[in-house]
Design a protein around this ligand. Sequence first.
Ligand SMILES: C[S@@+](CC[C@H](N)C(=O)[O-])C[C@H]1O[C@@H](n2cnc3c(N)ncnc32)[C@H](O)[C@@H]1O
Length: 264
Amino acid sequence: MIARPVRIDALSLMPRLPWPLPALLAWAAAWLVYLGLQGRVVPVAALVVACAVGTAASVLGQGWWRRGLIATGFPLSLALSGAASVPAWAWLVPLALLLLVYPLNAWRDAPLFPTPHDALRGLSAAVALPTGARVLDAGCGLGDGLLALRRVYPAARLEGVEWSVPLRLLCALRCPWATVRRGDLWHDDWSGYAMVYLFQRPESMARAAAKAQAEMAAGTWLVSLAFEVPGATPHARLQPDGGHAVWVYRMGGQPVASRPAAAL
Ligand SMILES: C[S@@+](CC[C@H](N)C(=O)[O-])C[C@H]1O[C@@H](n2cnc3c(N)ncnc32)[C@H](O)[C@@H]1O
């Protein structure tokens, strides 16, 4: 039996800081990095590294306005201060970094919002998986879904696929026990998985159900945090501690998306 991991990392703790502390810390860190690099590297490199710090820290913000403020606070304050002697094109760096972390393609499905710590509590009681079962977090972001899955299925083989390059790299660092790939969740083959986990958008759920029904074997599982498959009857609906609902669908039999809705 694999021991339950006890892991506390900075990314898990930082989102709980009260607003605007995450922004103030991120801006201060970016400024410190920028000032610390003065005279050591060319000004553009200092701008790039400091903006990267601010953009990376933006994932600590809850909601789009806060993320945008965290990411843009440093370059805006630098521009207003007039302290930077960089070419005009260098001001596109913050925008490029934002697009790297939040690629437009991923926005169609879901931008980054992490699975809360205990969101999947009770899932293993509703669905037992054999040791070594392959479980995919489709759109794994920074790895919070994989961490939550590992808490409930410590003996599963966990995999993640993520479109954003930096998020995929950070996820692989946070989840070295998982196989984390860069790719498009819609182009992935789900046929080998015992469970596919999603935290996407309501609009994505019909498409995800159709894909799961077409590719996954009978008796396997599609699990969605917060968003249900429209018009489908779940095998179970969990609601740990009043958080997001966890919708559990069993593959096989009638197409998942064509069953009539049923009150639970
Ligand atoms: C709401 S977040 C969930 C992250 C992670 N699953 C979790 O629960 O903590 C959605 C993630 O899906 C990613 N994503 C969106 N569309 C995608 C696609 N087509 N292929 C791969 N990843 C995608 C986004 O970049 C984002 O990181």
